[in-house]
Design a protein around this ligand. Structure first.
Ligand code: BGC
Length: 450
């Protein structure tokens, strides 16, 4: 086997999940409900009326799930802590039994030789905080910092990587601009405020993690490179808007201390002036940046799309996933090199990458065949390797996801797992992509050349 695709020593080979998507038992042992618990009970918001009450039952099966990780040969696992398990009201009293669940999980992982990478916020805001305005209330930066201190003080000695927020863009885009994710608001005026308070919480959270002795700390964003559909000035301007909105809205303030100019044009009177001291808080030095990459967008001017006036051009000859996302591995190399050029060389992780495809049920055999997902992982890992070859300081890769799980407003109908989950019996079955990924890990990437 050739060494063409060998990854550096010490590279983290991981898989990722998030609390609400896999844990189930949302109110067990004194936990407080989250906005997702509530959103799932709002008629019409989640496909099939699904919810995370059971999901993968991971809260009760974590030991077995760590064994699945060990079987893959993972040396890292990225998961999130449910804020409401630890602080049921979101602020104030700590719920020790909730914290103990994560304490045990961290120990189980370490015993299996797997480094824990912990995300403090992956969308499941305590409902009690939403009742106080959620991300629209400036006090949330303090609430988040207090929660971060509690978790880091409890687990900090054993956790390799801390993440403040997962994909703040999705929280504002889905939660406050278009209303398709919890808490389901649709407002041009709220989205910028939510963005800004998420970033202030990130800044205050970074300070709290460091003060509590956390080791490496950073932020995870989802990036989607935008390529103009043509050289027409309208398409070029639309591409710049789409890029500012999705890719620079969070990274410019964090790394450069200012918001992209285009946001003012997009949000109009909805975009306020923010105080300079807030931007100083937001611009905390990061130990690393995590990038979630799934797809790209070929972008054109489209005045019918509110409020961005940008549209996506479908690529007829390319494969699309069950999410209707174009498979385009080259953009992973592009996005990693772009971040390195624009924001300076810094340690990067691919904190999510993967694909939903229809997987035939596992009833008949020991493995679920998923050739499209095998190809997806092969081609994206090759693209990640190419970024390293071009000088990107990429330190690890986390497949999304370890298990088929609750895919937010799409319910259980979209399967991203390396392991197939039968949601009636909780039976886990490896997919061919799990076997493939294990082989890649075992060979430090060399199997990608086969
Ligand atoms: C999120 C995950 C989600 C995945 C696939 C990311 O946006 O962090 O929670 O399941 O993409 O949609």
């Amino acid at each position: 086997m050739s060494d063409t695709y060998r990854f550096p020593d010490g590279f983290l080979w991981g898989a990722a999940t998030s609390a609400y998507q896999i844990e189930g038992s949302p109110l067990a042992d004194g936990a407080g409900p989250s906005i997702w618990h509530r959103f799932c009970r709002t008629p019409g918001m989640v496909a099939g009326g699904d919810n995370g009450d059971v999901a993968c039952d991971h809260y009760r099966r974590s030991e077995g799930d760590v064994e699945l990780m060990r079987a893959l040969g993972l040396n890292a696992y990225r998961f999130s802590v449910a804020w409401g398990r630890v602080i049921p009201e979101g602020r104030g009293a700590v719920n020790r039994p909730g914290l103990s669940f994560y304490d045990r999980l961290v120990d189980q992982l370490l015993a299996a030789g797997i480094q824990p990478a912990v995300t403090l916020f992956h969308w499941d805001l305590p409902a009690a905080l939403d009742d106080r305005g959620g991300w629209l209330n400036r006090d949330i930066a303090g609430w988040f910092a207090e929660y971060a201190s509690v978790v880091v003080r409890a687990l900090g000695d054993r956790v390799a990587l801390w993440t403040t927020l997962n994909e703040p863009w999705v929280v504002t885009d889905g939660g406050y601009l278009y209303g398709v994710l919890a808490p389901g608001h649709r407002s041009l005026f709220e989205a910028p405020i939510a963005t800004h308070n998420l970033l202030r919480a990130h800044g205050a959270g970074m300070q709290a993690i460091r003060a509590a002795g956390g080791r490496q700390a950073g932020l995870v964003v989802n990036l989607e490179p935008k390529y103009p559909a043509s050289d027409a000035p309208g398409d070029l301007a639309a591409t710049a808007r789409a890029d500012a909105y999705m890719n620079r809205q969070y990274l410019d303030p964090v790394f450069l201390g200012s918001y992209p100019e285009e946001l003012r044009a997009i949000f109009g009177e909805g975009w306020p002036d923010f105080p300079a001291e807030d931007l100083a808080l937001i611009r905390q030095p990061l130990d690393y940046l995590g990038i979630n990459y799934y797809t790209r967008s070929v972008t054109r001017h489209d005045p019918s799309v509110w409020p961005m006036a940008t549209g996506r051009v479908r690529q007829p000859d390319h494969t699309y996933t069950a999410m209707d996302w174009e498979v385009y591995p080259q953009a992973l190399t592009d996005v990693l090199t772009w971040v390195t050029r624009r924001y300076g060389p810094l340690p990067l992780y691919v904190t999510e990458n993967g694909a939903a495809f229809y997987d035939a049920p596992a009833a008949d055999g020991p493995v679920v065949e998923d050739p499209l997902r095998v190809a997806y992982y092969r081609d994206h890992l090759r693209a990640a390797h190419e970024a390293i070859r071009q000088g990107v300081d990429l330190r690890g890769y986390f497949a999304w996801s370890l298990l088929d799980n609750f895919e937010w407003s799409a319910g259980f109908a979209r399967r991203f797992g390396l392991y197939h989950v039968n949601f009636l019996t909780q039976q886990r079955t490896p997919k061919a992509s799990a076997r493939y990924y294990a082989r890649v890990i075992e060979t430090h990437g060399a199997a990608l050349g086969a």
